[in-house]
Ligand binder design. Sequence first.
Ligand code: ACO
Length: 333
Amino acid sequence: MAFIDTIYARAKADKKTIVLPESMDKRTFAAAEKILKEGIANLIIIGTPEEIAENSKGYDITGATIVDPFNDPNKQKYIDKFVELRAKKGVTPEMAKEQMEKDYMYYACLMCKCGDADGAVSGACHSTGNTIRPALQLLKTKPGISSVSGFFLMEVPNCELGENGLFVFADCAVNPDLDSEKLAEVAALSADSFKSFVGAEPKVAMLSFSSYGSAKHERVTMVADAVKIANEKYPDIAVDGELQLDAALVPEVAALKAPNSKVAGKANTLVFPSLEAGNIGYKLVQRLAKAGAYGPVLQGLSMPVNDLSRGCFAEDIVGVVAMTAVQAQDAAK
Ligand code: ACO
């Protein structure tokens, strides 16, 4: 079964409520029709009657709950919650109302925070920064987590490496400023994500341009330090490095460059040393190996909120909604 079909099956088995704030985009409604028809999730769509009527033409969204952000009986509850969460940052009720009406992603995050939705998906017509900032401000990280990061579940066709071609790549989406502590945390979160989505034991390679000290540079030391921190803090997770990509993936190269490693030559979870490397790396594999790239999926948030590529198709929205629903199932456990 293809990776995404396993996710659809899991989402359907315990339906969660996902909120879609991008009623200004027709792809939202094309995706909503499929999600509702196939029973992947319950949906809330935020939009005015005009936005909904204009953009849902031709799509059957019977069963979706529509919330008009200008005329919602629950609105005061969300304004109060916004102020409660952000009063220290100077947010007043007037500012909260204005922000929620201007940017529906704030509305969506407040619905999650108040327990009226289990997760949110946006980004078909908003940048990554604008999509995730409301979640970072209002939902915050899980207890004990300092930074949210973003992974891609990569499905490489005809590939025997990783878990039969399945990999988690991180951080590909969020943190422009990584250090050893944050990298170690990305390793632990990515291991959890791999286990949850693939159902196999994660083997985490911390990537660099050096293997086991073959090069000396402060950027190599940063990764090697992250490995030490990860091994101390998360002894149950198989994390190793620093490793070059070939040593991480290919058994013959691992035998030469990192013999006796519990990860080298069999890594399925790749932690990149910078956002540049992660972002470029996943796009290389997606474009050159024609791999499926599901994400960016955020990890470390207190509730699941996920981003879409602005070039996404309706089918991609369906996939990200299903992954968000699975994260919501995990969060409820
Ligand atoms: N984890 C947890 N909280 C965070 C994180 C994080 N990684 N980053 C910022 N925050 C919190 C801050 O602490 C702050 O909280 P506060 O308001 O309660 O004090 C809040 O989020 C806003 O922080 P700022 O630093 O003001 O946030 P800013 O808006 O400048 O940046 C953002 C945050 C959006 C994540 C930024 O780092 C960013 O743009 N990252 C790159 C995103 C990107 O463009 N990725 C590549 C494209 S994605 C793709 O190709 C798939």
